[in-house]
Each structure stands twice: as C-alpha cells, then as structure tokens.
Ligand binder design. Structure first.
Ligand code: ARG
Ligand code: ZN
Length: 468
C-alpha cells in the first residue's frame, strides 16, 4: 500500500482551510455539533435559479393570515413542517418583500437575514439529514406582485375589493415563505381573516368559517401534495355556491357578482366537464373542485389546485383547460420549468378534444389550421420541449405546438393506446412528479413503438417540423 505523498496531504489541508463548507465540517467534527453545510439558495432550475431551495423538503404548510382590504396590510405566520435532506447548518426560504420579525426552528429563536428573495435561516444547531423540523416565520407588510420575465404580474395582486392571488411561476414568495419550486410539493392548512363581507377562497376543503368583531376567518385545507405556485387565497366580495357532484366531489364556486351572469352558463358545466375529463384522463385526482371568478385585469387564468382562478368569467375552453391541469400539472407536478409543455400542451390538447367531442372541429382540423402557418410564424419560434428561458414558458409554441405533439403521438399510437398512455401517466405519477423523458418512455412502452423521432422532431427541433 502506498502512503499518500506529503504534497498530496498538504494540498488537502490547504483546500480544507480555504473552503467555508469544509471549515464548517471541521469545526462540526471537532465540536459537539454535527457537521453541516448551507442548503442551496435555489432548487437548481436554470429558468428561475433562486426559486426553491436545497437541503430540505416541506411536508406541510400551516399559514395563518390576516388581510386588511382597505390598507392592503397583510399579517402572516407560517409554520412549516419540514424534513432535512442534508446535514444543514442553515437553509433558505423564498420570500420577497414583507418584513420578518421572528423566526423559530423547533420552538427556539433562530438567526435570520434577508438576501433578495432569500430568507436565510440559521438554526442554533445543525439539522441532521433525515430529521423532521418545524420552522415558524412571523411577517407583515404590503404584499406586491412580482413581474415575470414575460412581463406578466404574478403573486399577490391587489384588486378593488381584495386580492387576486396567483403564483405561477414564482409569485408564492410574495405572500408566504416557501420552498417555492414545483419539485417540492406539500399539504396545506390556510387560515385567512378578512373584513366581514369579504370571502377568502383557497384550495381544498373549507373546514370552517367564523365571524367575530367584524372579521371573518376562513379555514381551508388541502391534503394532497401541492406545489407552492398552485396555492391561492383570493379575496373579494363573492357569491358562493356549494354542492356535491354525483361522483362525490365537493364543489365550491366563488364568483364576483359583476361576472355572475356571464359565468353562470359556463360554471354550470363544471360537473360534466370533470366527468368527461375523468373518462379520458382517469379518476379526478382530488376530493374537492370549483372555481374562483374574480373581476380583475390580470390577463390569465391559473389552475390553482382543486379550484382554478379566473380573472373574469371564463369561456368553456378556459374552464376545460384549467380543470385539465388538475391531472396535468397539479396532481402530476413538474420537476423543472423546462418541461412546461407537460402542463400547457396537455391542457391545450384537452380543449381540442373537448371541441372534437362536443360538435366542433376535430383535433385534426385544429392541428391542420395551425400547421398551415408559414415557417416564419411565431408558432415555430422555439421548440416546446426546450423553451430556452423562463420568459417563454407561457408562449404559443409551448401551448399550441405542445398540443400538436400530442396529436402526432395520438396518430402514431392510435386512439386506444393514446388514451391508455394518458391514463397510465396520471395513475402512475398521481401525487408525484413527471418528466418529459418519463412520458416518452411510457408512450413507447404502451404503444410498443419507437417514438424518439416523433418526440425529437416535435419537442426539440428548431423551426417548423415536417409533419409525419
Ligand atoms: N398556467 C396558466 C394557464 O393556464 C398560465 C399562467 C401564466 N402565468 C404567468 N405569470 N404568465 O395557462
Ligand atoms: Zn394552462
């Protein structure tokens, strides 16, 4: 056995002394405390490098919020039940704006500092990998939306009677401290206190509402894993309607009265849309459903989990789209924003299918009309499987060419296998995550065909593809 050379030893010592990470390890090893290092400030997503964090998983969020609709002040307390996935000497949460007054870890006050959208928390002791811990953050202030790379507003968006709260892709951090990347999904308890007469609508089931001293508290619970961007607490003056469908799904609709007459005929179709989607995509993945129809000029709708959020009365296509996301995007979550076509391409194809099966154009006809667009059209600006930046993730190529990809798959696999693939996808990844590579592999397995050429052409090739 050859002893290590002196040079090699010296070199190693020098490296240890200069790296803070290694230094922490040395100190930890020498002292009573376990060696630990800082959790990463991001989840490793190149489109949004600071979204999410490394070193832990949040199992459950318990949010207690109070919002004053007249001065737009938010008081918040977030209690996170988390599990360390590394030995952590410190870790980050995502939180933008707002003032943090206190942070505890397992009941003991923890040191914290702000660094842009990162709330950096240093517990008294290193958190060992595999250990469960509880963080509380007390905060307050006037939440403001963030502007996304595509110019849209995202997060807590004040309205004339409350707030429109949508978090895709990065707005969750505007109203609660989070591990804000779809890689990390969690259950939620959300309790919101608002002035009496306003309604606060969130995800999952309404466990209770209580009015005291001119304020009403709404307590919501979502037990199924949910990405932070899918959480909402939209506040306003809403008409509320509740019922249970034949399939036992509890529906809660909240509608701004200014949108009520336009929304009514579309919302009436929700149970039939959900049961139609269940036949195609597999059982509805949640116990509750519904709609939040606000009156705000935000410019988009969002598939907030169990209960999509609309900035005005939706048309039937939008209702079909946002509810299709409950299977594609919500119950089966992304691991990277690059794979966004798994959400938007699928929800868009659901619209085409709905039209086809409800007396409108066939999906083939919709495909043909798009395919007729010239090579210089924006539809072909970038490939949907590799949009290239966070500014492109909600652009036409992701939605329309993503749906065209599914149509090509349907033609290659045949209808029977195509719908088998969709149902195997939602069943196999329910409550979890999925990647483009996994979808391709599943499609090949079920169809028994080689599909690498098809996926490569439609998802990853620049410019207008040659149709099969
Ligand atoms: N996922 C939404 C949809 O149903 C779009 C969200 C757009 N968000 C944004 N910040 N531009 O298509
Ligand atoms: Zn969508």
């Amino acid at each position: 056995m050859t002893p290590p050379s002196r040079l090699h030893l010296r070199h190693r010592t020098a490296v240890l002394a200069t790296l803070p990470v290694a230094l922490a390890t040395l100190v930890g090893a020498a002292g009573a405390t376990v060696p630990g290092k800082a959790g990463a400030s991001g989840a490793g997503d190149p489109y949004f490098p600071l979204s999410g964090n490394g070193g832990y998983h949040v199992r459950h969020y318990d949010l207690t919020l109070r919002y004053d609709t007249s001065d737009r002040h938010l008081d918040g307390r977030a209690a996170l039940s988390a599990r360390a996935t590394e030995n952590l000497s410190r870790f980050d949460l995502d939180l933008k704006g707002l003032k943090v007054t206190r942070v505890t870890v397992d009941g003991a006050p923890a040191a914290f500092r702000r660094d842009g959208q990162e709330l950096v928390v240093t517990p008294r002791h290193t958190l060992r990998a595999g250990r469960d811990f509880r963080v509380t953050v007390t905060y307050a202030g006037t939440p403001k939306p963030v502007t996304d790379p595509d110019g849209s507003a995202d997060g807590w968006i004040p309205t004339d009677d409350g707030a429109f709260v949508a978090g895709e892709p990065q707005g969750a951090m505007t109203w609660f401290p989070a591990n804000s990347h779809p890689k990390d999904t969690s259950s939620y308890d959300i309790s919101v206190t608002v002035p009496q007469g306003r309604t606060a609508v969130s995800n999952g089931v309404l466990l209770g509402r209580r009015t005291e001293h001119g304020r009403t508290t709404f307590h919501w619970r979502e037990t199924q894993p949910m990405a932070a961007y899918l959480a909402t607490v939209t506040i306003g003056k809403f008409d509320v309607e509740q019922y249970t469908t034949h399939d036992g799904v509890h529906v809660y609709n909240a509608v701004d009265p200014r949108e009520a007459s336009a929304a009514a005929p579309v919302l009436k179709k929700l149970p039939s849309v959900l049961s139609w989607e269940s036949k195609l995509f597999g059982p509805y993945p949640f116990r509750s459903a519904g709609s939040i129809v606000d009156h705000a000029s935000v410019g988009y709708a969002l598939e907030t989990q169990t209960r999509p959020l609309y900035d005005s009365a939706p048309d039937i296509g939008t209702l079909v789209h946002e509810n299709a996301h409950q299977w594609f995007g919500d119950s089966v979550a992304l691991t990277a924003w690059k794979d966004i076509w798994l959400n938007e391409g699928f929800a868009t194809y659901a619209e085409w299918l709905y039209t086809e099966q409800h007396g409108g154009d066939s999906a083939q006809k919709t495909f043909d009309a798009l395919y007729a667009r010239p090579a210089g059209d924006h539809l072909w600006a970038f490939p949907p499987g590799d949009p290239g930046s966070g500014g492109n993730i909600f652009d036409t190529p992701v939605y329309a060419r993503g749906a065209m990809t599914l149509h090509e798959l349907r033609k290659a696999a045949g209808d029977r296998d195509f719908f088998r693939i969709l149902r195997a996808w939602t069943a196999g990844h329910r409550g979890g995550h999925g990647t483009t590579a996994q979808f391709e592999a599943l499609a090949e397995r079920i169809s028994g065909k080689r599909l690498d050429g098809l996926f490569h052409t439609w998802l990853f090739t620049k410019g207008k593809p040659n149709s099969a």
